[in-house]
Design a protein. Structure first.
Length: 289
């Protein structure tokens, strides 16, 4: 890759009207943060960001084209053109996480496709926020992907420098190394994790927020790796179905549509509790689409 030619910008105050489009896979769709009252039964960090943007700029409009299980190529082919047609002023892009879990992946080639998509988004005049990949740590079921995730992250940072994008550094969110920020499937963030990411996104954009961020010690334990009963439950409910999808060549998102394909306006309101059944909900692994 060539040397960066454009310095990465600081947060630029958003000028109304804000038209925000979120692109990506299940991490952006909101899986792991259940809310039966919302499309696809989930809320997620992007909805929270949109609500807080509306509180700051009442004429904000928001679309979310993310679909669980999508590989980077699928995100680009299915979501880029609809996004550009909406003429957004702000775009967030998290893509490539599912690719990292494939047995073989050419990260360098993958990021060439990623950069072409970023270039088109920036050429449209939109402010673009990119995400580094999350560091799963040594105990996570995806710990073996850490080397390729690190390479992916360096590409993201270089692409952001070249095209003048903001970067939300998911890799450095060490708070999220605590399992209490993760859902029972161990691959999606819980409600607390999504809220934490939303707060960091808003701070990156320089937008005031009033999101409730309780101390870690007040969060419920949602994932307990190393506890035999919990490990057996996780393997039966999440790992084996994921392996089955790989063998069949299917994806958790095959029958799922984008939650918010057209602009809407979201205003802050409390999440509807999902109740005890939320534990057994067959959530689709965010980085295992």
């Amino acid at each position: 890759m060539t040397e960066p030619t454009t310095p990465r910008p600081a947060a630029v105050p958003l000028a109304p009207p804000v038209r925000y489009v979120a692109l990506g896979d299940s991490m952006t769709e909101g899986v792991g943060d259940p809310d039966p009252a919302r499309p696809n039964g989930v809320r997620g960090w992007a909805d929270l960001v949109a609500e807080q943007l509306t509180a700051a700029h009442p004429d904000t409009r928001y679309a979310n084209l993310a679909v669980r299980g999508r590989l980077l190529r699928g995100i680009v082919e299915e979501q880029l053109e609809p996004c550009l047609a909406l003429e957004p002023t702000l775009v967030s892009l998290y893509a490539g996480g599912n690719d990292m879990l494939r047995p073989r992946v050419d990260v360098d080639a993958l990021m060439e496709l990623y950069e072409r998509a970023v270039a088109r988004l920036r050429d449209s005049g939109a402010q673009v926020v990119l995400f580094t990949a999350f560091d799963p740590g040594r105990e996570a079921p995806t710990s073996w992907t850490r080397p390729r995730q690190a390479l992916y992250n360096e590409h993201v940072r270089e692409i952001a420098d070249r095209h003048g994008c903001l970067v939300l550094d998911y890799w450095r969110m060490r708070t999220l190394q605590d399992w209490r920020y993760w859902a029972v499937d161990r691959l999606h963030m819980s409600t607390a994790g999504h809220t934490h990411v939303a707060a960091r996104m808003l701070e990156l954009l320089g937008v005031h927020h009033d999101l409730d961020l309780p101390p870690t010690d007040r969060l419920p334990v949602t994932a307990s790796p190393g506890v035999l009963k919990e490990d057996l439950y996780w393997a039966r409910e999440y790992l084996l179905p994921w392996i089955g999808r790989r063998l069949r060549g299917t994806s958790s998102g095959d029958a799922v549509a984008a939650r918010r394909p057209a602009y809407t306006t979201l205003r802050p309101h409390p999440v509807v509790p999902a109740g005890p059944a939320a534990r057994a909900e067959p959530a689709a692994p965010a980085r295992c689409g």
